[in-house]
Write a protein that binds this ligand. Structure first.
Ligand code: FAD
Ligand code: MLT
Ligand code: ZN
Length: 479
């Protein structure tokens, strides 16, 4: 009871929804009160586990009336602290994990309707089982949810060909802060009927409403795939190779990932069984893939020809094409496990930046020079989706042997971030390419977004969530 005998918000939640929906077990609350990178450890009021859109709707209406902050949570794999409740003990974590049905799949319309709590890998598998392809793919796909992917507008490794999560959506079902359900779940490819509201919720990180289901685009399944692992002398050659591959293979280019030698070494050091595809060392590598929906298309020959011409042009120094699906998986294992290898190697700082593709080499050079001069506590692990102009310009604690290196690096996080993001801004780039804002980058958004853009975002927030209950303090500062 609250002082004076009134029931507390938690008591009222339990009285209204019961303990099957409102979990208060301390262990479960501790697990959902911290984000994936453990940047923020909050204190949840409780964990809500609704089983249907109707229950999400009732929960939000109730929380809105009582002004209880609600923190939506999918697979909790995001990088900017968007999933952690604050430290007040007054915010409810709302997990979508029980909303995990595939509601519909229409191969002839190339579309499927899935609930927000479906694990991304399960969405991909269902599409494949129907002879179709859902292209969103990223290292966390075994645990992230489609609702989380859409709420962060995730990118991943197939953006070159298929676009970001936003580009894969036909419609959404969203529960608004006041509990009303907005459904645009149609399966239409053309629908010009006024403002396209779905795009406001994509990338909103749970600050405007809760996505409960999505109508997704499917594509013809790739039936021919050629995957190459190439050694390149420097990032400029990698950018040249991308243009070259596009000239030779056009829209078949599906993935184009830059990998530095230090990342290959990290994965080999921390994940036993991984194999470097090329024997001779190189400072940089590119993992590239071309795919076609046409069965038995001679893609290996096509890629070999393109890479051969690139070798002659000095854009690469060596290359190998996967000879089997197993070998292809080995190439991808190296790429997908870079974040995990970095994590196992020790504390790191992440910078998820994008630039015009032609300016990537200049950025890498300028940022690396600055770090070499100014930051002895870290070494650079710069890799990523170069085909999309997106670099993960990460830093790992140097292996100097000094016991206080981690503390010194953490202490300089703000200064390092500022220098790198100022450089990004100076070069017409973005300080958040695919990981979003969460709580971690609110200050960055305030610093780098044009004032008018911020003003409009705040107006949208007020229009959708006048009481400020939706994921307070994420993306925009809580008011
Ligand atoms: P969560 O972390 O649970 O939530 C993310 C945000 O969305 C939070 O603010 C949350 O409140 C909100 N939210 C979640 N579900 C809903 C919903 N249903 N309605 C409204 N709001 C909601 N990201 C990339 O873009 N590209 C990559 O290549 C990539 N690789 C990764 C590799 C690894 C190994 C890891 C650990 C992460 C990677 N990520 C990548 C980051 C992460 O996987 C993505 O951001 C992913 O889209 C998050 O999904 P999630 O279900 O875990 O969301
Ligand atoms: C990736 O592409 O591997 C992730 O988005 C980056 C990261 O984990 O730092
Ligand atoms: Zn990424």
């Amino acid at each position: 009871m609250m002082p004076g005998g009134a029931a507390s918000p938690l008591q009222q939640l339990i009285a209204r929804f019961g303990t099957a929906l409102i979990v208060t077990d301390p262990q479960q609350l501790a697990a959902v009160s911290v984000d994936h990178r453990q940047l923020y450890r909050g204190k949840a009021l409780a964990l809500a586990l609704p089983r249907s859109t109707a229950e999400v709707s009732q929960l939000l209406a109730f929380c809105n009336a009582l002004r209880i902050g609600v923190v939506p949570q999918g697979g909790n794999t995001s990088y900017c602290g968007g999933t952690a409740p604050d430290e007040s003990g007054r915010q409810l974590v709302l997990s979508l994990r029980r909303l995990n049905a595939i509601r519909d799949l229409q191969p002839l319309n190339n579309s499927m309707v899935v609930e927000a709590g479906c694990i991304l890998a399960d969405v991909q598998t269902a599409a494949t089982a129907a002879g179709r392809f859902f292209p969103l793919s990223l290292g966390a796909e075994g645990s992230c949810h489609i609702g989380g992917n859409l709420s962060t507008n995730a990118g991943g490794v197939n953006v070159v060909r298929y676009g970001m999560a936003r580009d894969l959506v036909l419609g959404l079902e969203v529960v608004l802060a006041d509990g009303r359900v907005l459904s645009t779940l149609g399966a239409l490819r053309k629908d010009n009927t006024g403002y396209d509201l779905r795009h406001l919720f994509i990338g909103a990180e749970g600050t405007l409403g809760v996505i409960t289901a999505a109508s997704l685009k499917l594509f013809p399944a790739p039936r021919s795939i050629a995957c190459g692992f190439t050694a390149v002398p420097d990032p400029a050659a990698a950018v040249g190779l991308l243009a070259h591959l596009r000239e030779h293979c056009g829209d078949l280019v599906t993935s184009f990932e830059l990998i530095p030698a230090v990342a290959v070494e990290l994965v080999q050091r921390h994940l036993p069984g991984s194999r470097a595809p090329l024997a001779a060392g190189s400072p940089w590598y590119v993992l590239c893939e071309i795919t076609s929906a046409v069965a038995a298309e001679a893609l290996d020959e096509r890629l070999e020809e393109a890479l051969g011409a690139a070798l002659e042009a000095g854009l690469l120094t060596d290359a190998v094409i996967a000879q089997s699906e197993r070998e292809r998986q080995e190439f991808w294992f190296l790429r997908e496990n870079i974040p995990e290898a970095q994590r196992r190697d020790g504390p790191s700082l992440k910078h998820d930046v994008s630039l015009p593709i032609n300016r990537l080499p200049e950025f890498i050079e300028r940022a690396s020079d600055w770090l070499a001069r100014e930051v002895a506590e870290a070494y650079i692990v710069c890799y990523g989706h170069v085909g999309d102009g997106n670099l993960h310009f990460n830093l790992n604690q140097s292996r100097s042997g000094a016991t206080d290196t981690a503390d010194r690096l953490a202490g300089r996080e703000h200064e390092i971030r500022r220098a790198l993001h100022d450089l990004v801004k100076d070069m017409d780039g973005s300080f958040s390419a695919e990981h979003g804002i969460g709580r971690h980058k609110v200050e960055e958004l305030e610093r780098y977004a044009p004032p008018l853009e911020l003003e409009l975002m705040q107006a949208i927030k007020r229009a959708f969530d006048p009481n400020g209950i939706m994921n307070p303090g994420k993306v925009l500062r809580a008011t």
